[in-house]
Write a protein that binds this ligand. Structure first.
Ligand code: NAD
Length: 473
């Protein structure tokens, strides 16, 4: 096997493997190095298996509302092992899919852990060498014109207050995905996408769940109105919150954990069987020889220019390891941009807005600026809203919770943000993402025909509302 490639990609998550496919399409010889599983965290320990768990939870929770639909089922219950097994099977299927795609595109997959070293020609501007400690034993030294780091990120822990997972009673997303049992009582620390998705799943399986958030509102990256509506909707499902609350100490008890918090100047100790720590992530930058090469790292992330270049000749970084937003689709998009730039093509637009989705019940989705961010940027915002409770399809489906909110630049009419909470909004947000990528104004959106009856009509109405033309309210 040759050890010389046009490009070597380290890490095979949605950043790395998508970049490998695009590189192969561009006629490059490609190697991808992976220390664990093809598909990375997203496919094996993140986006995909959580969606499988959440689907099981949703179906089970819906059984509790069958009477609303004129239906009856008696004695519904769940098989927890079966739920987890299905989730693992879904990941395995997609992992096999990535293996197939690598073969199809003649990408050489090298199983092992990569380290970078200065090559003989580094002084002449050549990319660093890649030394792989092979899973099968031994090592292999590879060279390429370009090396792309796509090593991702992992859960942040805070050992100082005991937020250090032990896999038994204190979990990160890893353990939360493959538990032996559904805990009867659960504390989730952090109300970002990971915390809220697991809180939503375990609540659906009837766990008693309390979410602790340090900032003044849950899902703090979302528009304030959405955060508020989300908390209200989750409370209606029985989720409990301590917001804002500072975690002072997490300690183990005989049967679980105790979390000492301070909220509104008052101390409180919460107890549960298990705590899930979901307080953000840190980049995987260690043990790769980056410091010796002079790669700039800030707050656990590799600093790059707009094309992913690190400043070290021939070395690039994309995806989670290159900084926020830590989202699979951002990693893929950056990777494609990076490799097209390396190939001298006109690369994919990096300024395209990046939608964010949380797959809880109800779902939350957004793209662009919140109303507050628009104001902070000195933009005069023109805002529209439309609730699902008066949307025909939502009423027929019995899913009337939530609303759509649009934010326009009042001066130009450009759509600059959209925020949604409700059923299926993660599937609909792309409509607004396309509109924003095409720099649509209120006139384009008002002129667009939305099919009836659909939930998406609320997207149209939220645009009309911003301009005083709302029809169904
Ligand atoms: P996050 O940064 O989105 O959320 C962490 C939350 O924890 C924040 O709200 C923060 O204020 C809070 N927090 C921090 N320290 C705390 C403390 N000591 N006590 C209480 N609260 C504390 O991180 P995450 O949810 O762990 O997710 C990591 C990344 O992965 C995010 O960027 C997220 O967007 C991404 N992700 C996306 C999806 C999705 O798209 N559906 C799903 C999972 C993860």
């Amino acid at each position: 096997m040759a050890d010389i490639f046009d490009v070597i990609i380290i890490g095979s998550g949605p950043g790395g493997y998508v970049t490998a496919i695009r590189a192969a399409q561009l006629g490059m010889s490609v190697a991808i190095v992976e220390r664990e599983l093809l598909g990375g965290i997203c496919l094996n320990w993140g986006c995909i298996p959580t969606k499988a768990l959440l689907k099981s939870g949703e179906v089970y929770e819906q059984l509790g509302h069958l009477a609303d639909y004129g239906l009856k089922v008696e004695g519904a219950s769940f098989d927890f092992d079966g739920i987890v097994k299905r989730s693992r099977k879904v990941s395995a299927q997609l992992n096999a899919g990535v293996t197939f795609l690598m073969k199809k595109h003649k990408v050489e997959v090298i199983e092992g852990t990569a380290r970078l070293e200065k090559g003989q020609d580094s002084a002449k501007g050549a990319a660093p060498k890649v030394v792989v400690a092979l899973k099968a034993g031994g090592s292999r030294t590879l060279t390429a014109k370009s090396v792309i780091l796509a090593t991702g990120a992992r859960a942040r822990t805070i050992p100082a207050v005991g937020l250090e997972p032990d896999g038994e009673r204190v979990w990160t997303y890893r353990e939360a995905l493959v538990p032996r049992r559904a805990p009867k009582t659960l504390i989730v620390i952090g109300s970002g996408a990971i915390g809220i998705e697991f809180a939503s799943f375990y609540k659906a399986l009837r766990s008693d769940v309390t979410v602790i958030e340090a900032l003044p509102r849950i899902l703090p990256v979302e528009d304030e109105e959405v955060s508020k509506a989300a908390q209200k909707a989750f409370e209606k499902r029985g989720l409990k919150f301590r917001v804002p609350a500072n975690v002072k100490k997490l300690s183990k008890t005989k049967s679980g954990v105790a979390v000492e918090i301070e909220a509104g100047g008052k101390a409180e100790t919460l107890e549960a069987e298990v705590a899930i720590v979901a307080v953000g992530i840190v980049g995987n930058v260690e043990d790769m020889g980056l410091e010796a090469l002079g790669v700039k790292i800030e707050r656990t992330h590799i600093v790059t220019d707009a094309h992913g270049a690190t400043g070290v000749p021939g070395l690039y970084a994309i995806g989670d390891v290159a900084g926020p937003p830590w989202l699979a689709h951002k990693a893929s998009h950056e990777g494609v941009h990076c490799i097209e730039h390396i190939a001298g093509e006109t690369p994919a637009n990096l300024n395209a807005p990046i939608p964010g989705c949380t797959y809880s019940t109800p779902q939350i989705a957004s793209v662009g600026l919140t109303e507050a961010q628009a104001k902070d940027q000195g933009i005069e915002a023109r805002v529209g809203r439309f609730p699902f409770r008066v949307n025909g399809k939502a009423i027929a489906s019995g899913e009337t919770e939530g609303f759509v909110k649009t934010v326009f630049d009042a001066r130009t009419g450009a759509l600059i943000g959209a925020h949604m909470i409700g059923a299926e909004v993660t599937e609909m947000i792309q409509g607004y993402a396309i509109a924003m990528t095409l720099e649509a104004t209120e006139i384009d959106l008002q002129s667009t025909v939305f099919p009836h009856p659909t939930l998406s009509e609320a997207m149209h109405e939220a645009v009309l509302d911003a301009y005083g033309k709302v029809l169904h309210i």
